[in-house]
Design a protein around this ligand. Structure first.
Ligand code: FES
Ligand SMILES: [Fe+2]
Length: 423
């Protein structure tokens, strides 16, 4: 299969464009044993809302693995292989017990760590349950989300806390997950693509973004200790509005508020959302995470305009949203050999390189050295927006663009140096 489709340079030439280049498997495949899957498994991943673990077990698919999550009657949360180790009945039909979950078929009882507590029906002197464990992953519940670590046990990092989890004067709420019927990478790439805000999110009838975004921003990207940021910069008189969004390796993003008009902005706003794109398998992705609202302000409700496939098809055609733009890329898994990356895609290229580098570090058995994997203090992140006042326009439009880029890069450099934790 061709790596890249030919660059068509004449009209009516689709005939020369029928071969489909292969997907970039190194970045897209997430199942057990795949390089990208192993990379993603080195990080704690949110898997379900804590509030969804009630009286019934929850069947889940995460990174291509079939699992069951439950909260036993003592309150402990378990994440186990879906199929009973006896003869394979699904534990989604299991009975939640005071301690653990019991398979409905012959009553074997499993603790949250995979210990087999009982094997009723077996002879009293059977030692099977003392020798065998059921597959389990460690979990951690934090602010309404249940996280799992699905990597090698001897590499388990402490649960990482981002500096934006506990901002003074802010409340964190877990947001309902949405299911995206496509590969995780094309969902995540959206987070380093500020150009689409000026088009997709300001289409007539679209909701959620102010008219400020219609004006093309001055776009730039910079590496940070946790990944990278995009910077989306605009001028209003002598004020320069700098909007910074995080991409935190391997699959988190944070972005500042998008619904307040620029004219009303006068302070530093930390991000309103922290979002993971968790691959369920190669062609299904869950977006899940936190919303954050200043004390006294209602936290955002729902998942936002165009963030799922629930609207009628023709309405999605008339006013498409993020969901439609992303899941429709090459039918679910992007073929990079069909793309024509342009100036606005510099962030996408940086992001792919960073992810690929991480994948190769893990594959080579080396240490990732990511702040999220360091055990201890909160992880600094950089997303925020602010207005820098008193910046008179430069003499020419080109010089002014240059000036905006400099102001923006200084904001980010300063942020990386001094931190923003209490914003
Ligand atoms: S299949 Fe689960 S106890 Fe027999
Ligand atoms: Fe978007």
């Amino acid at each position: 299969m061709a790596e890249r489709a030919p660059f068509l340079n004449t009209a009516y030439s689709a005939y020369h464009h029928r071969e489909r280049p292969a997907e970039d498997e190194e970045l897209t495949r997430v199942g057990p044993g795949t390089p990208c899957g192993e990379y993603l498994r080195r990080f704690w991943q949110p898997i379900v809302l804590g509030g969804e673990l009630g009286e019934l077990p929850r069947r889940l698919r995460i990174l291509g693995e079939d699992l069951v999550a439950f909260r036993d009657k003592s309150g402990a949360i378990g994440l186990l292989e879906l199929h009973c180790p006896h003869r394979g009945t699904s534990l989604e039909f299991g009975l939640i017990a005071d301690k653990g979950i019991r398979c409905c078929y012959h009553g074997w009882l499993f603790d949250t760590d995979g210990t087999i507590l009982e094997t009723p029906g077996e002879p009293a002197d059977s030692t099977l349950k003392d020798r065998l464990f059921h597959g389990a992953y460690p979990v951690h519940e934090y602010a309404g989300l249940v996280f799992a670590y699905m990597g090698p046990p001897d590499r388990t990092p402490a649960f990482p806390v981002l500096d934006t989890y506990d901002l003074p004067g802010h409340r964190l709420t877990a947001r309902s997950p949405t299911l995206w019927e496509c590969n995780w990478l094309q969902v995540k790439e959206n987070s380093m693509d500020p150009a689409h805000l000026a088009f997709l999110h300001t289409l007539p009838g679209s909701e959620g973004f102010t008219d400020d975004f219609k004006e093309l921003g001055e776009w730039d990207w910079m590496e940070t200790p946790v990944g990278m940021v995009y910077i989306d910069t605009r001028r209003q008189g002598d004020r320069v509005w700098v909007r910074v969004a995080d991409f935190i390796l391997p699959n988190i993003h944070q972005f500042p508020p998008n619904a307040d008009p620029m004219a009303q902005r006068n302070s530093i706003n930390r991000p309103q959302a922290t979002t993971w794109a968790v691959p369920l398998d190669d062609t299904h992705t869950m977006q899940i995470g936190y919303y954050r609202a200043p004390e006294g302000k209602e936290p955002r409700r729902g998942t936002g305009f165009g963030q799922d496939g629930s609207r009628p098809y023709q309405e999605r055609q008339r006013i498409p949203g993020d969901y439609d733009a992303q899941i429709s890329i090459h039918g679910g898994i992007a073929r990079h050999g069909l793309e024509h990356l342009a100036a606005t895609d510099r962030g996408i290229i940086m992001m792919r390189n960073m992810i690929r580098q991480g994948i190769r570090v893990v594959r080579n058995g080396e240490d990732l050295g990511h702040p999220m994997l360091r055990n201890g203090s909160p992880v600094p992140t950089y997303s925020h927006d602010r207005v820098v006042a008193g910046i008179a326009p430069a003499p020419t439009p080109e010089e002014d663009r240059q000036l905006l880029r400099e102001v923006a890069r200084n904001v980010v450099a300063e942020t990386v140096k001094t931190g923003l934790a209490t914003g």
